[in-house]
Design a protein around this ligand. Structure first.
Ligand code: MG
Ligand code: MG
Length: 258
């Protein structure tokens, strides 16, 4: 059965662009706040306040029971870490922050990883490569390309640097729901999948590990960790396929207004 990649209306896209800007503003605020001594709960409270003040809703809160606005994943945590007053950031840590915002029923989803103070250059290189793979995918996303090309761009970037490519998790169509089909693997599967068409909105989200690609889920049933406990990085944008290319809806535009 052919996999369908839904296309959004102009009105939906207008709302997703607004949701995307709120997410970008949250990320700018959180990045500013990253320093030793800050707890992940403080980051979460700041994010929720900004989303609600902007007329949005925190998409993740209550999603399959997830208790918070942000996923905050530190060092060897890959994704889905739960913000907590007990989790204090330290110099040299890296943190992945993933945010979803629902604006008038439409959703944008984005993530970044950043260091706290000075970090190991080896870990900074991991962050840089993961981000590079996201932009390599964005560069090939246009009408006429196929879903498989996204995974190919991410996989090739990962292979170039020799990092562990997380395969159990990946991107997804997004808009009316946080996770709409199809799933978007970060590697080639051998099936080219649906063609990318204008109006499609896809969250692409590579996750690279410094060591092994193997991951497991902690006893909290949420936090995903690297099996060898080496650091991991995660970058994500919600991307609109346009008439002749693509547009990340969760990149900061212009000057922040706060
Ligand atoms: Mg996300
Ligand atoms: Mg996502």
């Amino acid at each position: 059965m052919a996999v369908v990649l839904g296309r959004k209306s102009r009105h939906d896209i207008t709302l997703m662009r607004k949701a995307g800007q709120i997410v970008a503003e949250v990320h700018a605020l959180v990045k500013e706040a990253l320093r030793p001594g800050v707890t992940t709960l403080q980051l979460d409270e700041m994010a929720e306040a900004h989303i609600r003040k902007s007329g949005g809703l925190p998409t993740f809160k209550g999603y399959h029971g997830f208790p918070a606005t942000l996923c905050t994943s530190i060092n060897d945590e890959v994704v889905h870490g739960i913000p907590s007053a007990e989790r204090i950031l330290h110099e040299g840590d890296v943190i992945s922050v993933d945010t979803g915002c629902t604006y008038k029923g439409l959703i944008a989803d984005s993530a970044f990883t950043a260091g706290i103070g000075a970090i190991d250059p080896k870990v900074q290189a991991l962050l840089d490569a993961t981000r590079e793979s996201l932009y390599a995918a964005i560069a090939i996303m246009k009408p006429g390309a196929y879903l498989e090309d996204i995974g190919g761009a991410v996989e090739d970037t990962c292979a170039k640097y020799g990092y562990g490519l997380v395969k159990q998790y990946g991107g997804h169509s997004v808009g009316h729901k946080l996770h709409e089909p199809p799933f978007v693997p970060n590697y080639r599967t051998g099936e080219r999948g649906p063609e990318l068409k204008s109006g499609a909105t896809i969250a692409v989200e590579p996750m690279f590990n410094l060591g092994t690609e193997a991951v497991y889920t902690a006893d909290d049933d949420w936090t995903v960790l690297t099996e060898d406990h080496q650091p991991s990085a995660h970058f994500e944008h919600t991307i609109l396929i346009t008439e002749d290319g693509s547009e990340p809806l969760t990149e900061m535009l212009g000057t922040p207004v706060w």
